[in-house]
Design a protein. Structure first.
Length: 180
């Protein structure tokens, strides 16, 4: 089964004015009710990274966990979690960032990755890039390197993927949506 962007986009929903007016929210939750769509997405990412030298997947709270865990299992590498502040037990490292509609803080456990690790950061979507850049700051602070950022969706009009690439991090997205 190969990746079919038209099919995946037909399964997804766009919800206008959520969580606030002017935002076109790209809702991936219907993909998890469609085994064919979930397999297409998962297989596309697994094929991309099957022969790579990544050692960990850092998956971002919360929708990124769903596909990231499938990838980590299939690639037989550790999955580490990037969560909202206060959600991880033990010692953590945190980084604040701006969202397209506010600000937030993410954390990783301080022993999640270490020097020499090559981390793939995975999230469902890149908008302004703030979440991914915050996660990459933590990964680097812990001594690891960021091999690439992978997302299901890129929203190029919000310039997030450009900001990530300008930070020296390659970006791979399965598909893009133009406009806000």
């Amino acid at each position: 089964m190969s990746f079919d962007e038209c099919y995946i986009k037909s399964v997804m929903r766009t919800i206008p004015d959520w969580p606030e007016p002017g935002i076109m929210f790209r809702d991936i939750t219907p993909l998890f009710k469609d085994p064919k769509a979930l397999r297409m997405i998962s297989d596309a990412f697994i094929q991309r990274y099957i022969d790579s030298d990544i050692t960990h997947i850092a998956s971002i709270d919360a929708r990124g966990f769903l596909i990231g865990s499938i990838m980590a299992y299939q690639l037989n590498i550790p999955l580490v979690l990037v969560r909202k502040k206060g959600k991880l037990p033990g010692e953590t490292v945190s980084q604040e960032y701006k969202l397209e509609y506010g600000s937030a803080t993410v954390e990783m456990q301080s022993d999640a990755v270490a020097e020499g690790d090559k981390v793939l950061i995975f999230d469902d979507l890149i908008a302004t890039g703030g979440t991914v850049l915050a996660a990459s700051t933590i990964v680097k602070e812990l001594g690891a390197s960021v091999a690439e950022v992978a997302t299901l969706i890129n929203l190029p009009d919000l310039q997030g993927s450009r900001k990530i690439q300008e930070a020296g991090i390659p970006v791979y997205s399965l598909m893009s949506y133009e406009g806000l």
